[in-house]
Write a protein that binds this ligand. Structure first.
Ligand SMILES: C[S@@+](CC[C@H](N)C(=O)[O-])C[C@H]1O[C@@H](n2cnc3c(N)ncnc32)[C@H](O)[C@@H]1O
Length: 324
C-alpha cells in the first residue's frame, strides 16, 4: 500500500467534487438575495482572496480564536494523540492554510493527510507547499462544499480516520445544522473514528465584537469581498463602496452576526433578477455561534459521540473537544 503511493508524496493528489460556478450556486445566491432579510451563505466569503484575507484576520490581536486554539493544541497535543491514536488518516475539514493540522503532524504522526476545502485555488497552493515540507506523509486535496452534506471521496482511502474541524467553523452552522453536520462527520468517519474539533466559547460582548470588527478593517475587507463574489458568480452589479461591514453579538441567540449594510438606497441587478435595498438595509453574511462547554458536550452526545474529552485555555475563551 505504502509503496504504491510513493509518487504521490512530492505532489499531492487533488480531487474536485463540487462545481465552483454551477447553476445551483447561482440559484442559491439569487434566492438568498430575494428573501425579505437578504442573506448569503458564509461559504461564499472564501475565494482565493477571501482565504488570504481570513489568514490576515488570524494575525490580528483582536482575533483571539486562532492563537487561543493554537495554544490549546500546543499544550495538549501529546495527550490528544495518545487518546485519538497515532498513524490515522487525518481529515482536515475547511483546511484553509492547513497550518493547524501541520502543527499536529509531530504528535499525531498521520499516515495520510486529507485537506478538504471549498476554496480550491488557495488549497491547491497551501497543500502543495505542505507536501514539499512533509514528503513522508501522503496528502490528498479535496475541493468540496460540505454545507449541504459531508461526503468524502474514495481517495480518502481505508484506515482509521481522525476528522479535524478547527477554527470554530462549526459556529457558522445554526445549532440544528451543527447537529446534522456532527452526525454526518460521525458517519463519514466510520467505525473507530474520532473527531477533534475547536469551538469558540461565550464571553463578554466587547471582546467578541472586536474580534469581528477590528480597527484595521481587515474583517470588513473580508466581508465586503463577498460583493466581488456576487459580481463574479451571479453577474451582479454590486459596488463595494455602497456597503459597510457590520458585526454584532446577539446575546439571545449567542451568535455574532456579520452583515453588509447598504450606505444608501440602491438596487442590485443580475441576469434574471434584481433586489432593491433601502439605506441601512442589510445582507446577512455570517453567523458565528458561541457555545458553553456543557452546551457543546450535549450537542456531541446528541450526535452520537459517546466519549468526549475537552481542553480549554485558562480564560475559558475557547475549547477543543476530542469525541469518539
Ligand atoms: C474559518 S476558516 C478556518 C480555516 C482553518 N481551518 C483554521 O482553523 O484556521 C473556514 C474554512 O472553511 C472553508 N469552508 C467554508 N465553508 C465551506 C464549505 N461549505 N465547504 C468546504 N469548506 C468550506 C473555508 O474556505 C475556510 O478555509
Amino acid at each position: 500500500m505504502l509503496v504504491a503511493h510513493t509518487a504521490a508524496m512530492t505532489v499531492p493528489r487533488f480531487v474536485q467534487i463540487h462545481r465552483e460556478d454551477s447553476a445551483a450556486l447561482r440559484h442559491e445566491l439569487a434566492q438568498g438575495l430575494l428573501v425579505e432579510r437578504a442573506m448569503v451563505s458564509p461559504k461564499f466569503l472564501y475565494d482565493a482572496l477571501g482565504s488570504r484575507l481570513f489568514e490576515a484576520i488570524t494575525e490580528l490581536p483582536e482575533y483571539y480564536p486562532t492563537r487561543t486554539e493554537r495554544a490549546i493544541f500546543d499544550a495538549h497535543a501529546a495527550e490528544m494523540a495518545a487518546i485519538a491514536g497515532r498513524g490515522r488518516t487525518l481529515i482536515d475539514l475547511g483546511a484553509g492554510s492547513c497550518e493547524k493540522a501541520a502543527r499536529l503532524f509531530g504528535a499525531l504522526q498521520p499516515l495520510r493527510y486529507v485537506a478538504v476545502d471549498i476554496s480550491v485555488e488557495y488549497l491547491r497552493q497551501t497543500l502543495a507547499s505542505l507536501q514539499r515540507q512533509h514528503p513522508q506523509i501522503e496528502m490528498v486535496g479535496v475541493g468540496a462544499d460540505f454545507s449541504a452534506s459531508l461526503t468524502l471521496p474514495p481517495e480518502v482511502g481505508r484506515g482509521e480516520r481522525l476528522l479535524f474541524y478547527p477554527g470554530s467553523s462549526i459556529g457558522n452552522f445554526t445549532p440544528d445544522e451543527a447537529l446534522r453536520f456532527l452526525r454526518q462527520a460521525r458517519a463519514a468517519g466510520g467505525a473507530g473514528s474520532a473527531l477533534l474539533i475547536g469551538v469558540d466559547l461565550v464571553k463578554d460582548v466587547e471582546t467578541l465584537e472586536r474580534a469581528y470588527d477590528d480597527p484595521l478593517r481587515v474583517t470588513a475587507a473580508f466581508n465586503l469581498n463577498l460583493l466581488r463574489r456576487l459580481n463574479a458568480l451571479l453577474g451582479c452589479d454590486a459596488r463595494v463602496e455602497d456597503f459597510e461591514h457590520v458585526a454584532l453579538f446577539d446575546v439571545e441567540r449567542s451568535r455574532i452576526e456579520m452583515h453588509l449594510q447598504a450606505r444608501r438606497a440602491l438596487t442590485l441587478s443580475w441576469p434574471g433578477g434584481q433586489r432593491r435595498f433601502a439605506a441601512g438595509e442589510r445582507i446577512h453574511t455570517e453567523n458565528s455561534y458561541k457555545y458553553t462547554v456543557e452546551g457543546f458536550e450535549r450537542l456531541l452526545r446528541e450526535a452520537g459521540y459517546a466519549r468526549t474529552r475537552c481542553w480549554t485555555d485558562p480564560q475559558r475563551w475557547f475549547a477543543v473537544f476530542l469525541a469518539s
